[in-house]
Design a binder for this molecule. Structure first.
Ligand code: SF4
Ligand code: SF4
Length: 470
């Protein structure tokens, strides 16, 4: 039978926050027990790959462009080595729409899997900073003892070392984080000439303090109170979403394990291991909660206890509310298949948009003034202005051509101008056409823009002939 205390707790858990003292209102520090098990190991491997990618990416270049650069200061962005400019805002708009739809669908189907496996906050907190804490201060019990004891030499040394390591790591993370915004060259320049880059240095120190504050003090509050994605879980999840869930049908009625355990009791032996390992300090047996970051620590802890007492694993597992309530196995339902297909489609659209993006931005406009010019030898000419943007990091030799056999392009100034990398330029040119070959007053002409001898893109321009035609 469940204890009176358990019954009362189950009834009132929503009346309080597990990390806030009911009487004083002060924060209760979460001393999470060190998790271990299959999923923890798997998450550790994922975190290694993640950390390698995080620290290495700013150094990786594709065609001379950074693999990923989000320079909001100069409005310069590079994704997979493709440079984006403010003029490409529609791709960003589309990207944002796809991203938002992706998040909604993904969360609807897979719940908060992202938070547990790849969110930078969870990865750094659980896989880096907390592991260092275990190394220096020991597991949950030792940490509690250390916290309560007076400030003796042991406590000063352990806490001192921990905070120095935390600060140095935060400094490294801040350097890498800023490399994604300002570019690796700016950061290298700042490191070699700090005096000439005071602004960057101050920014670096501010971010170092922010990261240090987050990982040393704020911790799970980022996930439970600050993160907007976490706040959205209440509206994004439904009964079919896959979450880390306690099988209350199987687990209840909970009670301590003993030889004389009643047959009617559930499989939960009320060992509290799932609560002890939880980095956000919640009891998953109370049902899906916004504080759960799906870190899977409770799954491993419970599986370990189930093994110990000889029960089947999976009392806490990835499952949907529906599958638990109806005692059915979680399987790929039509909903999961359809949403997954839409997710794939969205990724496909975004990839295609990125791949088909042009290296040159171009706008052609007829110049104001005369509609057309009559030249000797029966030639009619229209004057245009062309605005080009070289979006690459290489200089380009520009040439214009037209597909029309009867027309010829005549640049004003240099015939083959050179456009410097990452620059914008305006050019003026004529389209000349033999009057006898003009069949309509308004003709649409395709202008081919060649960059370094290769056809880069085609834009249309209206050619206007004399009034008497038509
Ligand atoms: S309830 Fe389980 S999965 Fe959720 S945060 Fe706590 S330990 Fe992680
Ligand atoms: S770890 Fe499993 S058995 Fe122990 S209290 Fe949690 S749910 Fe019950």
């Amino acid at each position: 039978m469940p204890t009176e205390k358990a019954i009362q707790e189950a009834k009132t858990f929503r009346d309080k926050i597990s990390t806030v003292d009911k009487n004083s209102g002060k924060r209760l520090w979460v001393f999470a027990k060190k998790p271990f098990g299959k999923l923890t190991n798997l998450r550790t491997y994922v975190s290694w790959v993640y950390l390698i990618l995080f620290f290495a990416t700013p150094f990786i270049k594709i065609n001379g462009n950074p693999l990923l650069l989000l320079n909001v200061v100069e409005a310069k962005f590079s994704i997979f080595g493709i440079m984006f400019w403010p003029q490409d805002f529609f791709i960003f708009g589309l990207g944002m729409l796809i991203f938002l739809t992706f998040i909604i669908l993904f969360t609807l189907v897979f719940g908060r899997v992202f938070c547990g496996w790849v969110c930078p906050q969870t990865i750094f907190m659980e896989m880096v900073f907390r592991k260092i804490e275990y190394l220096i201060e020991g597991d949950m019990g030792a940490q509690k003892v250390l916290d309560k004891q007076a400030w003796n030499t042991e406590k000063i040394v352990k806490k001192g070392i921990k905070h120095i390591v935390f600060f140095v790591l935060s400094f490294l993370i801040a350097n890498t984080f800023l490399s994604y915004i300002l570019g690796i060259e700016t950061m290298q320049n700042m490191i070699t000439h700090p005096g000439k880059n005071i602004g960057v240095l101050i920014g670096l120190l501010i971010f170092t303090c922010v990261f240090y504050g987050v990982y040393a003090y704020v911790r799970e509050i980022v996930c439970t109170n600050i993160c907007p994605y976490g706040r959205l879980q209440g509206v994004l999840l439904d009964k079919n979403s896959i979450v880390v869930a306690y099988d209350y049908i199987r687990g209840e009625t909970r009670g301590k394990f003993s030889k004389n355990r009643e047959e009617s009791m559930g499989d939960c032996i009320d060992c509290n291991q799932c609560v002890d390992v939880c980095p956000t300090g919640i009891d998953i047996r109370n049902g899906t909660q916004m504080e759960c970051v799906n870190c899977t620590a409770c799954i491993d802890a419970c599986n370990h206890m189930m093994d110990k007492v000889g029960y089947d694993q999976g009392l806490i597992r990835y499952a949907s509310e529906h599958s638990i309530a109806n005692k059915v196995k979680l399987k790929a339902s039509t909903r999961i298949k359809v949403f997954s297909a839409i997710l794939l489609l969205l990724v496909g659209i975004m990839s295609f948009t990125l791949a088909s993006r042009k290296d040159i931005g171009a706008t052609i406009m007829r110049t104001q003034g005369k509609l057309y010019y009559e030249l000797p030898d029966g030639i009619i000419a229209n004057l245009y202005s062309l605005k080009l943007q070289n979006k690459t990091n290489k200089d380009m030799e520009i040439r214009l051509a037209t597909k029309s056999k009867n027309a010829r392009i005549r640049m004003i100034g240099d015939d083959h101008p050179i456009m410097p990398k990452e620059s914008k330029k305006a050019y003026t040119f004529f389209i000349d056409c033999e009057a006898s070959k003009i069949k309509k007053r308004k003709t649409t002409m395709d202008i081919i823009i060649m960059a370094n001898g290769k056809e880069s893109r085609t834009v249309s321009a209206k050619f206007i002939g004399p009034m008497h035609i038509d």
